[in-house]
Design a protein around this ligand. Structure first.
Ligand code: HEC
Length: 170
């Protein structure tokens, strides 16, 4: 049941993001925010980093979730490893919807001499409940707006965050 709810939500996310064009390398400027989650002018999730280095809540959550779920293949700070490509590089060109599609459904490079597979993570709530956070973290890394390592200062947790998180994790 929980997994089904998950799949439905992932499908909705994908549908919602289809009209958006390529954005990974687009203008990341935050123009709107909803409960601490920022969006760019195309409506895609983005980061907001203050001049003193304080990151928005989602970017800071994204670092933690990336490190727990993606780092073993994509390397520390998104820089790639022998098990997976650099996502700092990949997000120069990938749109938000392409990113979501790959994480949800996986990807296999059939022409590679090595057998490297991106697993389909669409039914994993530990990934999908935090996918926007992971995206904005990687977007900030890819844009050079955020350095390596854990962000030292973060905006406080938004008021509605814990409730939404609990609802998503089931
Ligand atoms: C078991 C190893 C593994 C894990 C865990 C993993 N990936 Fe991947 N990922 C890969 C490999 C290998 C590829 C390259 C696949 C290909 O090129 O066909 C890839 C490709 C991708 C791509 C596409 C890059 C491009 O240029 O098209 C994205 C986006 C991505 N991964 C995001 C993630 C995120 C986000 C996570 C964590 C939630 C994650 N991956 C976890 C191995 C992994």
């Amino acid at each position: 049941m929980r997994i089904q709810t998950w799949a439905a939500m992932a499908a909705l996310l994908l549908l919602a993001s289809v009209p958006a064009g390529a954005d990974g390398s687009g203008d990341p400027a935050a123009v709107t925010s909803s409960d601490g989650e920022y969006s760019d002018k195309a409506g895609n999730p983005t980061y907001k980093i203050d001049p003193d280095g304080t990151v928005d809540w989602y970017t800071s959550v994204g670092y933690v979730r990336y490190t727990a779920n993606c780092m073993q293949c994509h390397g520390p700070d998104g820089l790639g490893s022998s098990f997976g490509p650099s996502l700092v590089d990949a997000l120069q060109t990938l749109s938000y919807s392409q990113f979501l599609d790959t994480v949800t459904n996986g990807k296999k490079n059939v022409s590679a001499s090595q057998d490297l597979v991106m697993p389909a993570l669409g039914s994993n709530p530990n990934v999908m409940c935090y996918i926007d956070a992971i995206f904005v973290y990687l977007r900030a890394r890819s844009d050079g707006a955020l350095g390596r390592g854990q962000p030292q200062n973060s905006a406080p947790k938004p008021a509605g965050y814990s409730k939404a998180e609990d609802a998503c994790m089931g």
